[in-house]
Design a protein around this ligand. Structure first.
Ligand code: MCN
Length: 723
């Protein structure tokens, strides 16, 4: 391999980003644009009437449903109406002048109370706040529990988080009388196009183009299409003017889909040696406001968490009742990991609680319980992992654990409150159903790659350039990479779920190989030699018998006049989840006086199969770990009893900052590969999945007391210290 496996800087992405020349949606200004501002609910639950004046539109003013609330608001921040004006400031003033008559209704905020029949309903037409219930079951928990020597039980909370991308949501819509074009800060131009198409078609417009400009982060929260985007599209068709909308930070915090919010009441049985014999529990998923289609898809995250409760451990008896519950809070949807961090958190905490109970070391209990046979890659709850060498991974990481434990003991001998925590995260990643790529030879012999995916900060563009450069044996700078425009390729999917390098990359690889084969035929015919005499090396087709050669530039010049278009498109169909996994170890120190937790050392050993670009991959690990530490130590979306959000800005909601930076010492294990042609598994989420339990386990070790709460901010830690 010339390029795959080399630490290449992000040659495709970084120059425009670093020099401030990248175009974000707020940089797009079309002549005669109208500016939109949404009127949002100030109540968590209320009947309402908008008294629209001027260019103001509530649900009934649209000829189609765009998802604005109709008569009853069910969370603070929900869009009720939209106003338009010639400039943004006038639009803001108009929006705040619009009179909304509210008739408040009782709000339901606590999901454990919401399941009670007597509780107020999150929307007045609901019969129950429980919108779905499912049982995840394997083996026989009842008899397994009888064999247990000890039982650990409790309730673990995986708290609600606010995805805090640097760039807020926003879009520009432009109907030119024929087609509707939308630029949006999204993770998927194709999902947006499909959603807009439905709205536009009902308004007699058939052509839709969606464009993803530079996006300042998303973390799962910009995957689905929002009512604001649909409203904007419809308004541009209605007014025949370009429309622009950009959320303020406060709007974004209350109206952008939030993450997690699952709690698990559990009981786990442990045998004499520390083997987990069974787990049973009730998982309550607080999906937030009742928006049926969104709740239904979000419920999949809860069942995923429940099905992944066995982690990579040999646990055959499981019974998990999963309840999807509505409350009057912001909607929950995908956030970095989407179901897998919750599942991994629960089992990685249960395992440590079990270790404490039976007096076994937290590392040894993992080694004891870890799946050892390849035949057990399919879990009893029906999750299939593609490959994994768990016992080997644990063996490889063990010296790091021993070293950090020794450092912990040194710190303790100096009177410090120090602790070590381990996590052995399980993940299924690289969702399908497919991803597309188009690879073209362009004049001058440069190669252009178009991906159907939607990277927004990961560096997948550089990764694709490396994959194509490998196939063509040319420098990656010879490859141009484009994405995020539905006009560039027939169809595509998205970037999320740690799928783009593996699934999108496989599509780029296959299209590149096929294009090279197609070009070989053009070269052979042009050179008058049999294909079998032709060799390809470093951008040239070479006639093996006389060393005559033809470079890519000349092949391009010949191909079209021979009736051959020098491009290939490929759709790579996902067959299996690629399951990255790893072992993460954290050393923490707790300040007895302030309750502050510092992560002193963090070692991550990850198996993502083939690492295409070690530099960008490690970058993902750093960001992801910090995000997981954010959940463990700082972040929690808090609501008042009436459903009013209390965490409304970055002074009340603490996301990790530069000063909270955790230096991650990262090792690629590369023990097991995936089944795609590159052998790559995803990395985008693994660090987040691992870091939360690793850090909580470390604090538990430092304080030497069971912990059931998160985040461990100073106030909570002081309470724990004081008992
Ligand atoms: N990579 C690699 N070899 C592998 C796997 C990955 O070289 N075997 C590198 C590639 O450079 C690739 C990057 O790692 O660009 C991430 O690849 P992958 O794991 O496929 O993840 P995705 O590209 O699908 O990105 C999604 C992932 C997720 S799920 C979230 S959430 C997240 C994340 O990426 N959101 C992000 N990282 C983010 N980074 C930024 N800046 N902004 C976000 O919103």
């Amino acid at each position: 391999m010339r390029y795959v496996g080399k630490p290449l800087k992000r040659i495709v992405e970084d120059v425009p980003l670093i020099t401030g020349r990248a175009t974000y949606v707020n940089d797009i200004s079309l002549p005669s644009t109208l500016h939109a501002v949404f009127v949002r609910s100030q109540y968590a639950h209320a009947k309402f009437k908008v008294h629209c004046q001027g260019m103001c539109f509530s649900a009934q003013d649209f000829p189609v449903r765009v998802g604005l609330a109709e008569g009853e608001a069910t969370y603070v921040g929900q869009p009720l109406a939209v106003v338009l004006a010639e400039d943004h400031y006038t639009a803001r003033d108009l929006a705040s002048a619009i009179e909304v008559e509210y008739d408040p209704l009782p709000a339901v905020v606590d999901p454990t109370k919401a399941i009670d029949d007597s509780s107020p309903k999150a929307r007045s037409d609901l019969k129950s706040n429980v919108f779905r219930e499912e049982l995840v079951e394997a083996g026989d928990v009842g008899s397994a529990m009888k064999r247990a020597r000890a039982v650990v039980e409790g309730e673990l909370l995986n708290q609600r988080l606010i995805p805090s991308a640097m760039e807020t949501r926003g879009a520009v819509a432009f109907y030119d009388g024929n087609r509707l074009t939308m630029w949006s800060s999204t993770q998927s131009a194709f999902f947006l196009k499909k959603a807009l198409q439905e709205v536009a078609a009902k308004m007699g417009v058939r052509g839709v183009r969606a464009i993803q400009p530079a996006v300042g982060g998303a973390f799962g929260s910009k995957l689905l299409t929002y009512p604001e985007e649909l409203a904007l599209g419809a308004l541009s068709i209605m007014t025949r003017r370009p429309i622009k909308w950009i959320n303020t930070r406060a709007e974004d915090i209350s109206s952008t889909n939030q993450g997690r919010d699952m709690r698990l009441r559990f009981k786990a049985g442990v045998d004499q040696q520390g083997r987990i014999v069974g787990i049973e529990g009730t998982l309550i998923f607080d999906a937030g406001a009742p928006i049926q289609e969104v709740n239904e898809s979000a419920f999949g995250m809860a069942t995923t968490a429940a099905r992944m409760i066995t982690g990579h451990y040999d646990i055959s008896n499981v019974k998990m009742r999963v309840l999807g519950v509505n409350t009057n809070k912001t909607i929950i949807e995908a956030y970095r990991g989407a179901g897998r961090p919750e599942g991994s958190y629960f089992i990685e905490r249960i395992i440590n609680l079990a270790a404490r109970k039976v007096g076994v070391d937290q590392y040894e209990i993992r080694q004891l319980n870890a799946v050892k046979e390849a035949s057990m890659l399919r879990t009893p709850t029906g999750i299939t992992h593609d490959s994994g060498k768990y016992a080997e991974a644990l063996e490889r990481a063990k010296p790091a654990y021993m070293e950090l434990k020794a450092r912990r003991d040194q710190l303790r001998s100096k009177g410090e409150l120090a602790g070590v925590g381990v996590a052995f995260p399980a993940e299924i990643a690289s969702f399908g159903p497919y991803e597309t790529a188009k690879v073209k030879l362009t004049p001058g012999g440069r190669i252009q790659v178009v991906s159907g995916s939607g990277p927004h900060g990961q560096g997948d563009g550089t990764t694709f350039a490396m994959i194509t450069a490998e196939a063509f044996q040319v420098d990656p700078s010879e490859v141009e990479v484009l994405w995020g425009d539905t006009d560039l390729i027939a169809d595509g999917q998205y970037t999320a779920g740690s799928r783009t390098a593996a699934i999108g990359g496989a599509a780029v690889h296959e299209a590149s190989i096929r294009l090279r084969e197609k070009l070989a035929k053009v070269a052979a015919e042009s050179m008058g030699v049999d294909l079998s005499h032709l060799e390809y090396s470093e951008g040239k087709f070479i006639n093996r018998s006389n060393n005559d050669s033809m470079d890519l530039s000349r092949v391009f010049d010949r191909s079209l006049s021979m009736g051959v278009v020098p491009e290939e498109t490929y759709s790579y169909v996902q067959k299996l989840y690629y399951s990255p996994y790893g072992v993460h170890v954290a050393l923490v120190k707790v300040d007895l006086d302030t309750g502050e937790v510092r992560v002193l050392e963090y070692r991550a050993f990850d198996d993502v199969g083939t690492v295409i670009n070690p530099l960008t991959t490690e970058g993902q690990v750093h960001g992801a770990v910090l995000q997981g530490v954010g959940q463990a130590l700082y972040e929690a979306a808090v609501y008042g009893e009436d459903g009013t959000p209390m965490t409304v800005d970055f002074s009340s909601y603490h996301v990790p900052k530069a000063t909270d930076f955790v230096r991650v010492n990262w090792t690629s294990l590369a023990l097991a590969k995936s089944d795609n042609p590159i052998g790559a598994k995803g990395i985008g989420e693994l660090g987040t999945i691992a870091a939360t339990p690793a850090v909580i386990n470390a604090v538990e070790d430092a304080l030497n007391r069971e912990i059931y709460v998160m985040p461990l901010n100073p106030e909570t830690v002081l309470k724990l210290i004081k008992g």
